[in-house]
Ligand binder design. Structure first.
Ligand code: OAD
Length: 247
């Protein structure tokens, strides 16, 4: 498929599903996980992003999440996030699925966002399950934050070895099954079940578009590959949608 064919298809307002990964936030200054400067090159996931790690050393885990929250607080959405928010306005059947926990899609105006891996600004009590949104709070100095019930708070993200929020996963699965165009943007597509979504969409007959400067597991299923950064490729696509009326 050529870019022009994609634009023609989008102008007919098909059902669109988008999967994003950390690469879309790279140009906002937020590190990815597996690239040259990726987080998993500097830190060991099993020491920081597993339930066992939290049981063993909640203070260390919280230090790491506070460090990441600070980077994200100082970051701004980039042209890629903004273009997806604009696409949502222009396309009536549009679902955005993200593996990112940074909330930048919502900050750039996207409304229908499915967060598969949770949100880094949520504190969730391990005892009573209470959730508190800390996105607008200054970072707490408490080394290990506690809930009123006395339980420990943990970050509201999905760790390795945990299941994804069932409702989010269901909605993502349905969107991938039913869409006619599927975008895979800024993800290496190696962490399941999210990584299964592009393949599912492909099997169900959707056109798969990959936006990523590097080849990934999705590339073999892609009908159109844009080997560009998300902040460059997405505004290019959206510029062509200007003739499509916002909903
Ligand atoms: P990865 O770090 O695995 O992949 C990032 C992808 O973004 C790579 O394929 C890069 O080539 C691409 N990329 C880099 N810069 C880009 C740019 N400017 N525009 C577009 N693409 C760019 O990150 P994820 O695929 O998001 O999960 O990782 C998936 C999951 O693994 C994360 O949600 C996290 C992690 O461990 C959990 O913590 C559960």
């Amino acid at each position: 498929m050529t870019l022009n064919e994609l634009i023609d298809m989008l102008a007919r307002q098909p059902r669109v599903a988008v999967l994003t990964g950390s690469g879309i936030s790279a140009e906002s200054g937020i590190p990815t996980f597996r690239g040259a400067d990726g987080l998993w090159k500097q830190f060991r996931a099993e020491e920081l992003a597993t339930p066992e790690a939290f049981r063993r050393d909640p203070k260390l885990v919280w230090e790491w999440y506070r460090f990441r929250r600070q980077i994200i607080r100082e970051a701004e959405p980039n042209a890629g996030h903004l273009a997806l928010a604009e696409m949502e306005k222009r396309l009536p059947h549009f679902v955005l699925i993200t593996q990112n926990v940074d909330g930048l899609h919502q900050r750039s105006g996207s409304r229908k966002v499915i967060e598969l891996h949770g949100n880094i600004f949520i504190d969730r009590c391990v005892r009573c399950g209470k959730e508190v949104d800390r996105s607008l709070d200054p970072e707490s100095n408490e080394e290990i934050p506690h809930c009123e019930c006395g339980g420990l708070f943990r970050p509201g993200v999905v760790w390795f070895g945990e299941t994804l929020p069932p409702d989010a996963l269901d909605r993502a699965w349905n969107a991938a099954e039913q869409c006619e165009v599927f975008f895979s943007i800024g993800t290496s597509a190696v962490v399941y079940p999210a990584a299964g979504l592009p393949e599912l969409a492909h099997r169900r007959g959707a056109r798969v578009v990959e936006i990523n400067p590097e080849a990934t597991a999705v590339s073999v299923h892609a009908d159109l590959i844009m080997r560009e950064s998300a902040a460059k490729a997405l505004p290019e696509i959206v510029a062509h949608l200007q003739s499509v009326k916002p909903s």
